[in-house]
Write a protein that binds this ligand. Structure first.
Ligand code: ATP
Length: 139
């Protein structure tokens, strides 16, 4: 089966993932993208999500907290704000972040103008995606 190299790095951790894969399904600001080997060149921005990686006949997920993706026919390079493999996600931390963000969104909806709603919604999206990668039901 044809493969394409996927490299994911973050400013905090450096390289988080580097492997030949069969397919990547990710979310860009323009919508969902499926990337196969020999894909056309592409440069896009990613939103926080649970990225799906098809590899070795199976599928794994990687949390991506937003960032940039460059695709060439041989290689996918992602520079992410944050990224985690399933085994490195702290579920309790993600649950707390979810609760905190949800409370902020609720306060905003009740008229609290002190809340930075964009920031709260982005934190909520990150926490949701982390819990999704771990298969934890979202409350
Ligand atoms: P929190 O409010 O818990 O810090 P966050 O979404 O604001 O969550 P980020 O800004 O995305 O956090 O990430 C900051 C750093 O902390 C990154 O290195 C990221 O990988 C790590 N990180 C954040 N949340 C978790 C988690 N639940 N499990 C493991 N690492 C995490």
């Amino acid at each position: 089966m044809a493969t394409i190299l996927l490299e994911v790095a973050t400013p905090d951790k450096g390289e988080v993932f580097a492997k030949e894969i069969n397919m990547l399904i990710c979310r860009s600001i323009a919508g969902e993208l499926g990337i196969l080997p020999k894909h056309a060149r592409l440069l896009t921005e990613l939103i926080p999500h649970a990225m799906r990686i098809k590899v070795d006949g199976g599928e794994t997920q990687l949390f991506i907290g937003g960032g940039f993706m460059e695709v060439t026919p041989e290689k996918i390079t992602i520079l992410a704000d944050s990224a985690e493999t399933p085994d490195s996600i702290d579920v309790e931390r993600a649950k707390s972040a979810y609760k905190r963000a949800e409370e902020r969104v609720n306060s905003f909806n009740k008229g609290d103008t002190e809340i930075d709603i964009k920031r709260a919604e982005a934190a909520l999206a990150r926490a949701k995606a982390r819990l999704l990668v771990k298969g934890v039901p979202i409350p």
